[in-house]
Design a binder for this molecule. Structure first.
Ligand code: NAD
Length: 309
């Protein structure tokens, strides 16, 4: 990416957005954050007050006003709700934020007149159940409300590109891990239980495998895509290309703790519909940008445990 760009991150006070804000500022860019702090935290945005915009993307006028004021050149749209059980229980709210909110953000990008590139966060949840690694040409087939709203996001971004000619990138994020997690996902759940002093973990299904990617690696991937995809519209998986089962994640914690952990299956945490595999083929990302992941599970877990201690 050209240094010194004026960038707006929606959802920049959240888990992935905060890592991204830090990374883009380290590269010499001016970063503004728009966030309603429903899940994010003000201090995580990592920007001064003049560059933090407390706003809800469901509020069309306010969103437009922020974009008019900031006049960003590049926009990374990460604001969304994404905890799958919550979205399934609150489908209207999920659609209002992830679909209507995205319409507002895209219209604000067009109206601002300054935007030359838009990156939008999608998810591996747009894919159906499959056993092997999935590349971007794999058929979509979301299994839950969240995945449906994100597939709609993708379609809206594609339509935006056709309508405006502004360069657009879709990043299909696989399972993020790293510091400052905001939602009760697997790794922070284990981290929290271990921190509370217990060595008997209460977890849901133990066998599903997921592709865990560190938020720092994700941030480098997004920056690299902004650099390389300055025209057109394209979609990229953002994962590590390795899958780990819940048991294997627990083993990574055991290695770092140097202690044995016992697992008890808690029926209330067992999902009724569960994918056994979710693995990214990341060859397209690597080929296009030269990006390579740097963080393995063990290094990531070690840092998380050190931070807590
Ligand atoms: N964490 C993952 O493993 C993962 C996987 C796939 C995709 N994603 C996607 O990545 C993006 C970031 O996820 P995250 O893990 O950092 O989650 P997060 O909840 O930490 O971040 C989302 C941010 O958006 C903000 N937000 C929510 N609703 C908003 C609204 N109406 N107006 C303005 N701001 C709002 C929240 O306050 C939060 O700071 C999301 O689009 C999510 O769908 C995440």
């Amino acid at each position: 990416m050209a240094t010194g760009a004026r960038i707006l991150i929606t959802g920049g006070a959240g888990f992935i957005g905060s890592a991204l804000s830090k990374h883009l500022q380290e590269k010499g860019n001016t970063v503004h954050v728009l966030d309603n702090l429903s899940f994010g935290k003000r201090e995580l945005a990592g920007v001064v007050d003049a560059q933090f915009h407390l706003a809800d993307i469901r509020d069309r006028e306010v969103t437009m006003a922020v974009f008019e004021h900031v006049k960003p050149e590049q926009v990374l749209h990460l604001a969304a709700i994404h905890f799958i059980p919550y979205c399934n229980q609150h489908p209207v709210e999920a659609a209002e934020i992830n679909i209507n909110g995205t319409i507002n953000v895209l219209d604000a990008c067009e109206k601002a007149g300054s935007v030359r590139q838009v990156f939008a966060a999608s998810t591996a949840a747009v894919y159906p159940i499959a056993n092997g690694a999935m590349d971007e040409l794999h058929a979509t087939g979301p299994m839950d409300i969240y995945g449906i709203t994100k597939l709609a996001t993708e379609k809206l971004v594609s339509e935006f590109h056709l309508r405006t000619g502004i360069a657009t990138i879709i990043g299909r994020f696989f399972n993020a891990f790293g510091p400052n997690e905001t939602n009760p996902h697997l790794i922070p759940e284990i981290q929290q239980q271990v921190l509370s002093g217990t060595r008997t973990l209460k977890l849901g299904n133990l066998d599903p495998k997921r592709d865990f990617i560190h938020t720092e690696d994700m941030s480098r991937a997004m920056a690299a895509l902004l650099n390389s995809q300055t025209k057109g519209h394209d979609t990229f998986n953002i994962g590590r290309g390795i899958e780990y089962s819940v048991r294997e994640i627990v083993e990574a914690f055991e290695r770092q703790l140097g202690e044995k952990l016992t697992i008890e299956v808690d029926p209330s945490r067992v999902r009724k519909v569960e994918r056994m595999h979710l693995l990214a083929d990341v060859e397209k990302l690597k080929r296009t940008t030269g990006w390579e992941p740097k963080w393995g599970i063990d290094e990531g877990v070690a840092t998380l445990l050190k931070e807590i201690r």
